[in-house]
Design a protein around this ligand. Structure first.
Ligand SMILES: Nc1nc2c(ncn2[C@@H]2O[C@H](COP(=O)(O)OP(=O)(O)O)[C@@H](O)[C@H]2O)c(=O)[nH]1
Ligand SMILES: [Mg+2]
Length: 199
C-alpha cells in the first residue's frame, strides 16, 4: 500500500457523531496497551498520527482517520484495562457494539493481541461478536520483537489452538521492526478493494 495521505478526521462516541459513511472502513481493536496505535502508525508510515501511550485505557473515543481519500482506518477504544473507571467500562460495550452493528461501510476488524499473552474471554468474545455480525476479521499477534524466534513459534502455535484457527490466520507483527506490515496490508486490501483505484 502506498500512503499518499493520512489524516485524522474526528473522534466520536455515538453514531450521530461518526463521519458520513462513504469510504470503506477498517477498524482496529484490542486490549488496552496492546500496541494498537503503534500498529496503525506503522501501517501508514507515521510516527504520531495516532497517539501512543504508556498509560493504558485513556482512549475511550472512536477515532476516524482518512487514508489516501480512499478508505478510513478506525481506532476503537481498547478493552480490558482494570484501572479504567467503572463508568467508562459501562459505556465501552454499547459504544463499540453500536459501531460494529450500525456502521454500513465497515469492511473488517483487525483484532490485535500481544504475542506474549494467551488470549482470554475478552478476545474470544470479541471474535464471537464479529462472527455474529458477519464482519470479516484479521487476527494479529504484535510485539513479536519481545520474544525470541523459538518463543514466537511456541506462542503462535498455542494461540492458534486457543482461537481454533489455522497458523496462517495469525499475522506476526512488530511496530519496532515493522515485521508483518506487508502481510497486514495484504489482508486489508481485498476488503477495501473496490475503492483503492479512487486514490
Ligand atoms: N517492543 C515493542 N513495543 C511496542 C510495540 N507496539 C507497541 N509497543 C509499546 O507498547 C506501549 C503501548 O503502545 P500503544 O500503541 O499506545 O498501545 P494501545 O494502547 O493499544 O494503542 C507503548 O509503550 C509502545 O511503545 C511493538 O511492536 N514492540
Ligand atoms: Mg492507543
Amino acid at each position: 500500500m502506498i500512503i499518499k495521505s493520512a489524516d485524522f478526521v474526528k473522534s466520536a462516541v455515538k453514531p450521530s457523531h461518526y463521519p458520513p459513511a462513504i469510504l470503506p472502513e477498517i477498524a482496529f481493536t484490542g486490549r488496552s496497551n496492546v500496541g494498537k496505535s503503534s500498529l496503525i502508525n506503522t501501517l501508514v508510515n507515521r510516527k504520531r498520527l495516532v497517539k501512543t501511550s504508556s498509560t493504558p485505557g485513556r482512549t475511550q473515543l472512536i477515532n476516524f482517520f482518512n487514508i489516501n481519500n480512499a478508505f478510513s482506518l478506525v481506532d476503537l477504544p481498547g478493552f480490558g484495562y482494570a484501572r479504567v473507571p467503572e463508568s467508562i467500562k459501562r459505556t465501552w460495550g454499547p459504544m463499540v457494539e453500536s459501531y460494529l452493528s450500525t456502521r454500513k461501510t465497515l469492511k473488517g476488524v483487525v483484532l490485535i493481541m500481544d504475542i506474549r499473552r494467551i488470549p482470554g474471554t475478552q478476545e474470544l468474545g470479541y471474535i464471537e461478536w464479529l462472527r455474529y455480525y458477519s464482519i470479516p476479521s484479521i487476527l494479529i499477534l504484535t510485539k513479536a520483537d519481545k520474544l525470541s524466534k523459538s518463543k514466537q513459534m511456541n506462542q503462535h502455535i498455542a494461540i492458534t489452538k486457543i482461537l481454533g484457527v489455522d497458523r496462517n490466520d495469525l499475522i506476526l507483527f512488530s511496530a519496532k521492526s515493522r515485521m508483518g506490515k506487508d502481510a497486514t496490508w495484504a489482508a486489508i486490501e481485498p476488503l477495501i478493494d473496490d475503492n483503492l483505484n479512487l486514490a
